[in-house]
Design a protein around this ligand. Structure first.
Ligand code: GTP
Ligand code: MG
Length: 149
């Protein structure tokens, strides 16, 4: 089954939104594969946001993302990469529809609460980057037969 890497950024953790964000993925029917609270360092973030190194906001992004713990998660399910991005909303919260995480809980792009992988290939890369193999679990989800036909 497809997997995605979802991360609650330091503002989401500080604002007490961890439970709310987990709840949305759980209630939709996705299966949790891994979960941890984690203090990221600049090295890891340079790898994670490698494509943005030349952007003028990159130093600020590093500072933001290392300013406190993040919550790292793997979620599994049909089309979860695309659906996960849809649940997050647009990069800029002001373009995000109400009902999305960014559209409901944030106002500016530099404090947009959460990250979601943008493709299946980046998801697999990001899961390897943020988790050791033994932190990602395969387990029998008994709701599967009720979520899928
Ligand atoms: P992620 O899920 O975090 O990867 O966001 P995204 O895929 O919607 O956007 P992108 O990968 O292009 O940018 C990564 C992150 O950099 C964004 O989520 C923002 O936190 C930050 N960012 C992007 N553009 C800007 C910008 O113009 N200004 C600032 N301050 N931050 C930005
Ligand atoms: Mg991105």
């Amino acid at each position: 089954m497809e997997r995605t890497y979802i991360m609650i950024k330091p503002d989401g953790v500080q604002r007490g939104l961890v439970g709310e964000i987990i709840k949305r993925f759980e209630q939709r029917g996705y299966k949790l594969g891994a979960l941890k609270l984690y203090q990221a360092n600049e090295d890891l973030l340079r790898k994670h946001y490698g494509d943005l190194q030349e952007k003028p906001f990159f130093p600020g992004l590093l500072k933001y993302m290392t300013s406190g713990p993040v919550t790292c998660m793997v979620w599994e399910g049909e089309n979860v990469v695309r659906m996960g991005r849809q649940m997050l909303g647009e990069t800029n919260p002001q373009a995000s529809a109400p009902g999305t995480i960014r559209g409901d809980f944030s106002i500016v792009v530099g404090r947009n609460i959460c990250h979601g992988s943008d493709s299946v290939a980046s998801a697999e890369k990001e899961i390897k980057l943020w988790f050791d193999d033994n932190e990602v679990l395969a387990w029998k989800d008994h709701s599967h037969a009720w979520v899928y036909e």
